[in-house]
Design a protein around this ligand. Structure first.
Ligand code: FCB
Length: 450
């Protein structure tokens, strides 16, 4: 019963959610800077101009991570901080920041795991058509090259995209996330195709330009299905539901994963989309299906499935089922067993949990501490399931808790907390929660205390 010896224990974050300094040192605006300024778009009209002020406080934050003993930190680079117009002129001050950040991580003995794109898309490129423009793949490739050339001597682990499902569907179809569009279905499918191409171009650029051999992956949403009971029939039903055509393209895992890992879109999706299917040009699928070193997945919860004579059936949760304080997300720990297992079976790569975490209503108690037993319990239950996956032979290489500290949760602003560290926004004081101490002990014992 053990995690592998060199298991990567980490914490995760994203540039827009923590950095602040939205208009400083030459940074260009992102679509999130734009969206938050639209009336009604964000909670209480909040904007991410300050967030956790990490741009200035990164040394303090890394010192806290070091005290926790984390082995790795997954962070993202703000594309418009480095390339204010998205392409072309590099903003040296912006690039210098990431240079210092990476050095600070390395000096603290923490491996930097860099996500190229975690949603803060350059506004200038949005004005040129954004992901609807096929050139967006070239733009992303250029951005990846700039980072690989500058940081590729020290950053060993890279992820191209974070959760394309979210920024494309929530951002371009539902309009709740930036850029706030409500496109037609065929337009969304086109934007997805260009994003997948961008992923491929990004991987190529990293491999071509990084000075040390990069370990490259991606951080996808895995819409996870678990068997209601662990009988062969329910397990088969859950597996097939996990990859089956789904009327919600967000939930249709194979639509996103198969191109990347098998070099083809699922046939049923192509047939059903008909004229809305993407315009696949010669060489596109080869570009998209670049070999990766790991499959990173963000899994917070999943849906239960049972076998039925009509095929896999979604099971309703019983009344009063435990839930997190974020959008009624149910607490379903077996998602960290079945998600990695099904994904590894189908795609063969080692799995890294690039995000998982619990949202509870945190407050500072009279004793000045933040007691968050529900978060510790969430973490405990999920890590036990992840360890079960490892014990059953799934190569699980790492786990990143989302998030290091409470941060600016997109359109929800500072209204929810997911961190191991409490962020007291008015003072920017960081207060480690009880769960931080608990996670630190998990790391120290490599999960043997679970
Ligand atoms: C994920 C995002 C991350 C954060 C968490 C709660 O979908 O990647 O930035 O919003 O959810």
């Amino acid at each position: 019963m053990a995690f592998k010896k060199d298991f990567t224990w980490g914490v995760a974050s994203a540039s827009f959610q923590i950095e602040g300094a939205a208009f400083e040192d030459g940074k260009g605006p992102s679509v999130w800077d734009m969206l938050c300024r639209k009336p009604g778009a964000s909670w209480r009209g909040q904007v991410g101009d300050v967030a956790c002020d990490h741009y200035r406080r990164y040394r303090e934050d890394i010192a806290i991570m070091k005290r926790l003993g984390v082995r790795a930190s997954r962070f993202s680079v703000s594309w418009p901080r480095v390339l204010p117009a998205g392409v072309g002129a590099v903003n040296d001050k912006g690039l210098d920041f990431y240079d210092r950040l990476v050095d600070e991580y390395l000096a603290a003995g923490i491996e930097p795991w860099l996500t190229l794109f975690h949603w803060d898309y350059p506004l200038a490129l949005y004005h040129r058509g954004g992901w609807l423009n096929r050139e967006s793949a070239d733009w992303f490739g250029e951005y990846a090259r700039v980072l690989a050339e500058r940081l590729g001597d020290r950053v060993s682990h890279w992820m191209t995209l974070n959760e394309p499902q979210c920024f494309l569907i929530i951002g371009h179809e539902e309009g709740r996330h930036a850029p706030g569009d409500q496109l037609r279905f065929d337009e969304v499918v086109r934007a997805i195709h260009h994003t997948l191409l961008a992923h491929g171009r990004g991987v190529q650029a990293l491999r071509a330009h990084a000075k040390t051999k990069p370990t490259v992956g991606v951080a996808m949403v895995a819409s996870t299905r678990m068997p209601q009971t662990e009988t062969p029939a329910d397990i088969d039903a859950a597996r097939s539901a996990m990859f089956a055509y789904n009327p919600s393209i967000f939930q249709h895992n194979a639509w996103w994963f198969d191109p990347m890992f098998k070099g083809e879109y699922p046939a049923e999706g192509l047939a059903r989309f008909g004229p809305a299917a993407p315009d696949i040009q010669p060489g596109d699928m080869e570009t998209i299906a670049q070999p990766l070193d790991f499959l990173g997945v963000n899994i917070y919860n999943g849906q239960f499935i049972e076998a039925s004579p009509e095929g896999p059936r979604y099971v309703d949760l019983p009344p009063g089922y435990p839930k997190s304080a974020y959008d009624n997300w149910p607490i379903t720990p077996t998602c960290l067993y079945w998600g990695p297992r099904f994904l590894h079976e189908r795609y063969g790569l080692p799995i890294v949990i690039t995000e998982n975490g619990g949202c509870v209503v945190d407050t500072i108690s009279l004793d000045g501490c933040v007691h968050d037993p529900q978060r510790t319990d969430y973490l405990h239950r999920h890590l036990l399931e992840l360890r079960r996956a490892a014990d059953d032979g799934v190569p699980v290489d790492g786990y990143f808790y989302w998030s290091f500290a409470d941060n600016f949760e997109w359109n929800l602003g500072d209204s929810i907390r997911m961190g191991l560290i409490f962020t007291d926004y008015p003072t920017q004081r960081r207060i480690p929660k009880d769960s931080a101490a608990w996670y630190s002990e998990v790391i120290r014992t490599n999960g043997n205390n679970l």
